[in-house]
Design a protein around this ligand. Structure first.
Ligand SMILES: Nc1nc2c(c(=O)[nH]1)N[C@H]1C(S)=C(S)[C@@H](COP(=O)(O)OP(=O)(O)OC[C@H]3O[C@@H](n4cnc5c(=O)[nH]c(N)nc54)[C@H](O)[C@@H]3O)O[C@H]1N2
Ligand SMILES: Nc1nc2c(c(=O)[nH]1)N[C@H]1C(S)=C(S)[C@@H](COP(=O)(O)OP(=O)(O)OC[C@H]3O[C@@H](n4cnc5c(=O)[nH]c(N)nc54)[C@H](O)[C@@H]3O)O[C@H]1N2
Ligand code: SF4
Ligand SMILES: [Mo]
Length: 714
């Protein structure tokens, strides 16, 4: 990398602007910016053409991120709840609270203390959080928000080929595919810089399909759109496999277990059934099938639309089986991939904050893996807990099995399924400790809030959606008494009287330990160092300091017991005809807007990123319910209700209503906290039966800044 970038530790005269290259706080593209620093603050950020992923393009969110750093509501001191109010206290008092709150619980029943992490955390923090839970707290109950994200795709990949790198090839390969099928991925709004690869493919004559109940911006650029019924993507895949078999296109990538059963199953999915269940014209399905059959490098990419269902893992199995059986899986520019979402959504699922996992994508169930990590941590393998509850189960158990919860990098009051129920559970906790840098809705319920660090206030590495590890460089120091998150985790270990293993003198000690901890794991980063990453980013595995990285991850043989893949038979719900009622049965689906990020803690506060929290529906659906644009509508599901303004979008299926989930009081008041995918434990964020009821404007729940900045009583 030849651009001028100076590490934060370089000593320069004050007020001389210096440049620090770092990565964006938001999504999994992980665009690189040069921050222009004056007086410990970035005054400007310039995207760089040297960014190996985005090549100088960025999105609005990334550019707007600077203004959050010194937001007036930035947390700069610990806040402790006293007489119902969160009041500023010093770190000593905060840590005294932690000691008194947690020490007796840890002595009596460590599993009563839960830890909830995030795919926004750097690899080093991910690693440290997992170590903190297992070694300092000794609790089984740690999991993280990635369970809500690409967990179904991750589970299907792991079950099939034994490991999971979202894209097993460099993103630029997308440009060489001759058919790209985006299944429930609205990349023009969610991963904008990768549209350049999609356009490159189109320029070379590729066909691009967007499979989505809405005609999204992405669908418009793609050119081909299949407005599928929510949840029916697996059926579509089985229908394609049916025709590929009929058309003699089956030539598996490699021998594998389960081939025959999967091929038999596809016989039951002829085009008429598929068109009916997916709610699309048979002619459109046949056009896609011909395109797939004729393509030399078809690439299927899933987003959350296909994955966030109670049968999300099975849906991905169906798509993955198709790519595998037609011989495209693992080929450059072809096959199957999942588009990871959070900034470190990839690394965040590899290094031990998952409830069943140890660093390097090791299994907490595997005695050899336990012994390897126990040796590094200097503990008895028997002392490492077994796997505990998954994210939603952990939240649902708050106030019963779980008495105290530590949250780092997530805002489940907004983002968890059945958020109304989850909020009640969080209120029932004895202790809720939230480490955040802004007063998220979850922080506002806490008994203790610890002020953490923002992206460019801390060193670390992140791994993007193609498994590319990059440095996130520290550019400035956190304001006031805010502390680097990794130091806070060490403080917590000390507070509960378990300092051993949390005594790093510098960040570098932690980082080097993290790289070492991955040695021999499937996600092996042990050939990496900050210096190597300064020279170039690297795609894992990188097992040797002097050896190459791995742009192509999915070449057989696979890291399974016998080196073979295992294809799984997907179990899919049957989609029956709509009931004979005067009104259409409606399905609520949820997702993202280009100008907001996740639970919105940062982006809702950013004046540069305005967006509307409305219920999107087809004009015919609105008319049928006596509604017009701007009217208040109450949406009701079996799990809750909310009232929002209507917006009309002719591109959505008339039987589908869409809500963004970036605000409190929207999508997740209506989703189901109970039903989870049996394999990935993913809730069904993308399909909930819903009814619509005209409401009075006074009932509108939508007030973007609601709750922000006001003291909240528990
Ligand atoms: N602007 C912005 N960008 C983001 C984020 C953000 O919050 N805001 N979050 C980041 C994160 S963590 C993630 S995970 C990614 C997510 O990125 P995406 O997966 O692109 O995001 P979503 O909007 O959740 O879902 C994509 C599409 O799925 C469609 N959909 C809904 N149900 C179904 C279905 O059953 N089948 C199909 N085929 N499609 C369906 C929706 O209409 C939507 O257009 O975005 C990342 N980037
Ligand atoms: N209905 C519905 N619900 C969904 C989804 C959907 O599509 N529909 N998508 C799901 C998906 S894919 C995801 S990924 C989740 C995301 O939802 P959440 O898990 O809530 O994630 P964020 O909104 O990113 O929350 C991050 C919180 O942590 C803070 N934070 C961020 N980075 C750091 C850090 O490095 N240190 C500290 N100390 N704090 C930090 C932020 O200020 C914010 O308050 O939502 C899920 N929920
Ligand atoms: S949000 Fe994603 S696409 Fe936008 S600048 Fe950041 S990393 Fe790039
Ligand atoms: Mo996500």
């Amino acid at each position: 990398m030849s651009a001028p970038h100076v590490s934060a530790s370089s000593v320069l005269p004050p007020a001389v602007p210096r440049l620090v290259r770092t990565t964006c706080p938001y999504c999994a593209v992980q665009c690189n910016f040069d921050l222009h620093i004056e007086n410990n603050l970035p005054v400007k950020s310039t995207p760089t053409k040297e960014c190996p992923v985005a090549h100088g393009t960025v999105c609005k969110k990334g550019l707007a991120a600077l203004s959050d750093l010194r937001h007036p509501e930035r947390l700069t001191t610990p806040l402790l709840r006293k007489n119902g109010q969160l009041v500023p206290v010093g770190w000593a008092e905060a840590m005294a609270y932690v000691r008194e709150a947690l020490t007796p619980m840890l002595a009596a029943n460590p599993d009563a203390v839960g830890v909830y992490g995030s795919g926004s955390l750097t690899n080093e923090k991910t690693y440290l959080l997992g170590k903190f839970a297992r070694l300092a707290l000794k609790t089984a109950n740690i999991d993280y928000n990635g369970r809500y994200c690409m967990a179904s795709a991750s589970t299907a990949l792991n079950r099939t080929v034994g490991y999971d790198r979202g894209l097993g090839f460099p993103l630029s390969d997308m440009g060489t595919s001759d058919l790209i099928v985006l299944v429930g991925a609205n990349i023009a709004e969610t991963l904008p810089p990768i549209m350049q690869y999609l356009k490159a493919a189109k320029d070379r004559g590729a066909l691009v399909y967007a499979i989505d109940p809405r005609a999204t911006t992405t669908a418009k650029v793609a050119g081909k759109h299949l407005g599928i019924r929510p949840g029916s993507d697996g059926v579509l895949a089985l229908g394609l496999l049916h025709l590929m078999k009929q058309w003699n296109k089956i030539r598996p990538t490699a021998t594998a277990h389960g081939l025959t059963g999967v091929l038999w199953q596809a016989d039951d999915y002829p085009p008429a059934r598929v068109a009916h269940e997916c709610g699309i014209p048979e002619s459109e399905f046949m056009a896609l099938a011909h395109a797939y059959a004729n393509a030399t490098k078809p690439l299927i990419l899933t987003g959350r639309g296909a994955e966030q269902h109670a049968h999300g893992t099975d849906t991905v199995h169906a798509l993955l089986n198709l790519a595998f059986l037609t011989g495209h899986f693992g080929k450059p520019g072809g096959g199957y991939g999942t588009l990871t979402g959070q900034g470190n959504g990839q690394g965040g699922r590899e290094h031990g904050q998952k409830t069943d996992q140890l660093p390097g994508a090791r299994s907490l169930r595997d005695p050899r893996h336990r012994a390897e990590i126990a040796a590094l941590w200097d503990c008895d393998p028997a002392d490492l807990p077994q796997p505990g509850k998954s994210a939603q189960e952990l939240l649902n158990a708050c106030g019963s099995d779980i008495e105290a919860l530590i949250v780092l990098g997530s805002n489940p009051v907004v983002s968890a399924a059945g958020a109304g129920h989850v909020t009640e559970r969080l209120r029932a906790l004895k202790h809720l400790i939230v480490i955040d840098f802004l007063p998220s809705e979850t922080a506002q319920l806490a008994t203790l809030v610890l002020p953490g660090s923002m992206w460019c206030e801390e060193e670390g590495t992140t791994t993007n959606l193609e498994g590319r590890v990059q440095r996130r460089r520290k550019a400035i120091t956190a304001p006031g008494a805010a502390r680097e998150d990794w130091r806070i985790l060490c403080d917590l270990a000390h507070a509960v009287g378990r300092p051993k293993g949390f005594e790093y003198a510098t960040f570098r000690d932690l980082q080097d330990e993290f790289f070492r901890a991955t040695r021999g794991g499937k996600a092996d980063y042990s050939g990496l160092s900050a210096e190597r990453l300064d020279r170039a980013s690297a795609q894992w595995p990188v097992p040797h300091a002097a050896g190459p990285d791995t742009p192509y991850a999915y070449a057989p043989t696979y890291p399974t017991a016998d080196g073979l893949a295992t294809l799984h038979l997907p179990t899919l719900p049957a989609f029956t005809a709509a009931p004979q009622s005067s009104k259409l049965a409606l399905t609520l689906t949820t997702g993202r807007l280009g100008n907001q990020y996740q639970s919105g803690t940062q982006t809702r506060r950013n004046a540069g990123l305005r967006a509307e929290n409305t219920a999107q529906m087809h004009p015919d659906t609105a008319r049928q319910h006596g509604l017009k644009a701007g009217d208040a509508v109450t949406l009701r599901t079996a799990h809750g209700s909310t009232t929002l303004p209507v917006s009309l979008t002719p591109g959505i299926r008339p039987d589908t209503v869409f809500l963004p989930f970036h605000w409190p009081d929207t999508a997740n008041l209506l989703t189901d906290h109970h039903t989870l995918d049996p394999h990935s434990k993913m809730p069904a964020f993308k399909a909930t039966p819903v009814t619509l009821h005209p409401a009075h404007a006074a009932e509108l729940a939508n007030e973007p800044m609601r709750g922000v900045g006001q003291p909240v009583m528990r």
